[in-house]
Design a protein around this ligand. Structure first.
Ligand SMILES: [Zn+2]
Length: 512
């Protein structure tokens, strides 16, 4: 597949966000600088796209500080800055962002694989499949969640899980791995058309479903098409947070990546997308330790691709990006001034989710007749390292004001009352989604470490995109998330533009 690669053949014009300024809608149009460079390149046989969901620069830098060494991702020779906005909102969501990175199409919040007016666009995974490459899709959350779904589904609403599951079963992709599927039997009753139990569809379409580590480890390239999920799906069909992983029982995202590489390596090459989905979930919950551990687990998955690249340097492209930042994480906090105490985060031994669903749930069961704050103190110290007394210079010792915060959150958590999210101040302090005590514990510990959170949602800051391998130079600079897909297409020998579903990319490429 030898061809002349024309870098940025013409000015890439992308229609910018719809700004609402004083009620007037102003359409900002961005035109990238014309940059023409010709390089004689061979399209890569092996293409990896890693997406750290919710992974902005602070998430990566915090992980680097905890690891004590630069992330694999940040050692790549090409480093870019990527804008993320959706077609209809400055702060994007995973569906719109993944659609942009999968197909080059800006779309509205919640839409998957479609233009804002509902036309289907072809993803680079579908293009790779049509070109005869094998395709693998991996996510640490459910494999029908927005980010992975943007590579094989075309629905107006990301919550159409049954339709997405049907699309997964009909994708003819070779490998799905990570979390489960959310609605194989249309329990949500929002199917466009019910065509049967998706478990049956998977079998009819030649997929083996693997749900445990032993069978997973035994898979070989001869095993055929597989859908594999971790045996323990911790929350909403997702793999456990990396810090909660049970060694020898759970499959890590790095192991899913290594297995996909092993199974999909073939003479026609492969396209593998790996999503670190729980980075985002940890950030929604403002749990810095869980976010960092999942970022490091994601980076370990990238290392497997790099090992493969080192063995096939002239045939491989690896691109790593984030779909948006989440939580408004920043690496500094008013209370700690110029100090950063990342080491304190290591005192937390379970995720907010594990604490809420296992530790706190058990505690509440054992104290059904009522509990005092004194009763919970040992658990706070055991799982978050926060101490109620100790040496003056021990940073984990709680101040009176912090104890008061925890006590209020404890009372609220034990009362079982639903939080009034209509009340502005209550929402800002406790969110509308998390246990008040678990949330306050991570807030207090994170602030002591010098981490600040500004939101329970995504933010609009640009993210980093890194690349190594064939054509990686294209990923230097400042560009939009739609360009991530267009650049990958360009390098793969595909006309770098949005492809509508009625075009056959395979034929187009074959004709070149
Ligand atoms: Zn999110």
């Amino acid at each position: 597949m030898k061809r002349i690669l024309v870098v940025f053949i013409v000015a890439l014009t992308c229609v910018g966000a719809m700004w609402l300024v004083s009620g007037a809608q102003v359409q900002a149009e961005q035109t990238a600088a014309v940059e023409v460079a010709e390089a004689d390149v061979t399209a890569p046989k092996y293409v990896f796209l890693f997406i750290g969901d919710g992974m902005g620069f602070p998430q990566k830098t915090a992980a680097e500080m905890v690891a004590g060494e630069r992330l694999v991702i940040d050692q790549f020779p090409a480093q870019g800055v990527t804008t993320t906005y959706a077609a209809d909102r400055f702060i994007t969501g995973s569906a719109a962002s993944a659609t942009a990175m999968a197909s080059g199409q800006k779309t509205n919040i919640g839409m998957l694989g479609q233009t804002p007016d509902g036309q289907h666009v072809v993803s680079i995974a579908e293009m790779a499949r049509d070109m005869g490459m094998k395709v693998g899709i991996i996510s640490s959350v459910s494999i029908d969640h927005a980010t992975p779904a943007a590579f094989y589904a075309h629905v107006p609403k990301r919550g159409q899980y049954y339709d997405i599951d049907v699309a997964l079963a009909q994708s003819n992709f070779d490998f799905f791995g990570g979390g489960g599927i959310k609605d194989p039997t249309n329990k949500r009753e929002n199917a466009t058309e019910f065509v049967g139990d998706v478990n049956d569809l998977l079998a009819e379409n030649g997929y083996s479903v693997i749900d445990n580590r032993d069978d997973f480890m035994a898979l070989t390239p001869e095993s055929g098409k597989v859908v594999c999920w971790n045996n323990w799906l911790q929350d909403s069909g997702a793999m456990p947070y990396h810090m909660d992983v049970r060694e020898g029982e759970d499959i890590t995202i790095a192991e899913f990546t290594a297995k996909a590489i092993e199974m999909l390596d073939n003479e026609n090459g492969f396209f593998i997308m790996v999503e670190g989905g729980k980075i985002d979930w940890a950030c929604h919950a403002n749990d810095g330790t869980a976010a960092i551990e999942d970022t490091l687990a994601f980076d370990a998955a990238v290392q497997h691709a790099v090992d493969f690249y080192n063995a096939h340097p002239d045939e491989t492209l690896i691109v790593v990006s984030g779909d948006h930042e989440c939580g408004g994480l920043t690496l500094g906090f008013a209370g700690t001034k110029y100090a950063s105490n990342f080491e304190l985060l290591g005192a937390q031994t379970v995720s907010f989710q594990y604490f809420t669903a296992e530790i706190l749930a058990d505690f509440k069961e054992q104290h059904a007749d009522g509990a005092t704050f004194e009763d919970i103190k040992p658990l706070i110290t055991e799982y978050f390292g926060l101490k109620f007394e100790g040496a003056e210079d021990d940073l984990l010792v709680l101040r009176d004001s912090e104890i008061a915060q925890l006590e209020e959150a404890f009372e609220l958590s034990m009362s079982g009352e639903t939080i009034d999210t209509q009340d502005y101040q209550t929402y800002v302090v406790y969110s509308d989604s998390y246990d008040p005590l678990a949330l306050t514990l991570t807030h207090v510990l994170n602030q002591k470490a010098g981490l600040g959170w500004t939101s329970y949602k995504h933010t609009g800051v640009p993210v980093g995109t890194s690349a190594i391998g064939i054509g990686h130079e294209l990923f230097n600079g400042y560009y939009d998330n739609t360009d991530v897909a267009l650049k990958i297409m360009d390098i793969m020998g595909i006309d770098p533009q949005v492809h509508m579903a009625d075009t056959t990319v395979g034929e187009e490429v074959a004709a070149q």
